[in-house]
Write a protein that binds this ligand. Structure first.
Ligand code: PLZ
Length: 448
């Protein structure tokens, strides 16, 4: 596989506004969109993209935005990373698809080898490749059920696992993900998460885990449970880092009860949190890990990696899909994984945390709406409340995001109550660009 073709367009890493946001061309495209695209698909910042590179996005009106979203934690290696673009181009010229279930190819095998090497634990591992995060989570549940012969699945409050029928059932928040879309898949049971800002003061991670285990044992029974699925840091639910000890206590309980521990690292995976996987921060070794997003530098790919005896418990033909592990997506993954390792993007994520957290902590100390600045690596968040209370303030988060957008900084929100601003820059963002975006964010928060 050749990766030495011409590099993709590289944009200057600088914010620039040439028109109001959105500009006239984006407005015109918005009108076409309204007549052609389903209303159920919405966009955070309705500017239409012409090009993107590194940590900037240029729209069709020539406005250049600082990207603090990475397409929801996907383009961690940078948008249109030249190495990824070259690998994609080379693979497309070799062959675009055969279907791995029909006639296999080396790229799929090489991605599975890399995942076995990179994911937590040194046990024998196997992987299956799919197209999305939701599909990865669904397959992890299928594997856990087949391997254990049990049916129940435990999930956390505030969880997000996807939009397919099973993963909707596993996702906590009704609006916009579930409302009107039932009936949902059965045998999914929700237990409390660890949410330090909102848990009783002083509650330890172990206590929070015991609270979850108690619900599971009373309402389901440990011997009925195939899997417990956890996001090591809650993603869409608000970038909530559990209290130390929460994950290890759940892991120990799962091990003791023969329950498969599934880490949904779709959002936290691939260097994002300042470790290759978020489980690494607490030395937790999941039995299965669900991956997607950052795995392939922007190409659609997902994976389940885990204990060989679990993956291999599934009968031949029980896992797969037409496009799963598409060769172009695999080539992009191999190029991305090379970048994560060779250019130390784990270190880059830590450096982003070190640059952002002390600065915002100091500069926003007197902004009463900011209840907490939290997160790990380049997965950081600010939870907004009505000053002096813990009452979530969604409107404030939306106002800040809109003010940032108007100034050329793309900031996403999240959280069960929609009141969390999240920062997910590409890990290659330069210091100057990051500082510039933080100034815009600080100004927006100060003028609340
Ligand atoms: N698991 C932890 O974060 C995707 C979805 C945004 P897919 N999160 C962003 C939206 O509104 O659709 C996600 C995740 C975690 C699973 C998924 C699902 O990944 O690739 O979107 O299916």
């Amino acid at each position: 596989m050749a990766t030495d073709s011409a590099p993709a367009t590289v944009l200057e890493q600088r914010r620039a506004l040439r028109t109001p946001v959105p500009g006239p061309r984006s407005i015109a495209l918005g009108a076409r969109r309204a007549a052609a695209v389903a209303a159920g698909v919405s966009s955070t910042l309705p500017v239409y993209v012409a090009r993107a590179s590194g940590a900037v996005i240029e729209d069709v009106d020539g406005n250049v935005f600082v990207d603090l979203g990475s397409g929801i934690a996907v383009t961690s290696v940078g948008a249109s990373a030249p190495e990824v673009a070259a690998a994609v181009a080379a693979q497309a010229l070799d062959f675009t698809h055969t279907c791995f279930m029909i006639s296999p190819y080396e790229e799929y095998v090489a991605v599975c080898e890399a995942l076995a090497r990179l994911t937590p634990g040194d046990h024998a591992k196997r992987s299956v490749l799919v197209n999305s995060g939701a599909e990865a989570v669904e397959n992890a549940v299928k594997i856990a059920r087949r391997a254990t012969g049990r049916e129940a699945v435990l999930v956390l409050d505030h969880a997000y696992h996807g939009r397919t029928n099973l993963t909707m059932a596993m996702t906590a928040r009704a609006m916009p993900y579930k409302t009107g879309f039932g009936p949902f898949a059965g045998e999914v049971y929700r237990v409390p998460a660890s949410y330090p800002l909102r848990d009783p003061e002083g509650m330890t991670g172990e206590q929070a885990a015991r609270r979850a285990i108690d619900v599971a044992e009373r309402q389901v029974g440990a011997d009925q449970v195939a899997a417990i699925v956890v996001e090591p840091i809650l993603g869409e639910g608000g970038f909530v880092v559990p209290a130390p000890g929460f994950l290890p206590t759940l892991a120990a309980w799962a091990k003791d009860k023969g329950i498969v521990l599934v880490a949904d690292e779709v959002q936290t995976g691939f260097a994002r949190t300042g470790a290759m996987f978020a489980c690494d921060h607490e030395g937790v070794v999941p039995d299965l890990i669900a991956l997607a997003k950052g795995i392939a530098g922007g190409l659609p790919l997902g994976a389940v990696t885990g204990r060989a005896e679990l993956l291999d418990a599934v009968h031949a033909g029980g896992l797969g899909g037409t496009f799963g592990g598409n060769p172009i997506a695999c080539a992009a993954a191999l190029a991305s994984i090379d970048l994560y390792e060779r250019t130390d993007l784990v270190g880059a994520a830590r450096a982003i945390e070190d640059r952002v957290v002390p600065r915002l902590t100091a500069s926003l100390a007197d902004v009463g709406a900011v209840a907490e600045i939290r997160g790990r690596g380049a997965m950081l968040a600010l939870e907004l409340v009505r000053p002096g209370t813990l009452e979530p303030d969604k409107a404030a988060a939306q106002r800040v995001a809109a003010a940032c957008a108007a100034q050329g900084v793309l900031v996403l929100t999240c959280g069960t109550w929609g009141n969390v601003l999240r920062l997910l820059p590409p890990l290659v963002i330069g210091d100057e660009l990051l500082d510039d975006a933080l100034t815009v964010l600080e100004d927006a928060l100060r003028s609340l």
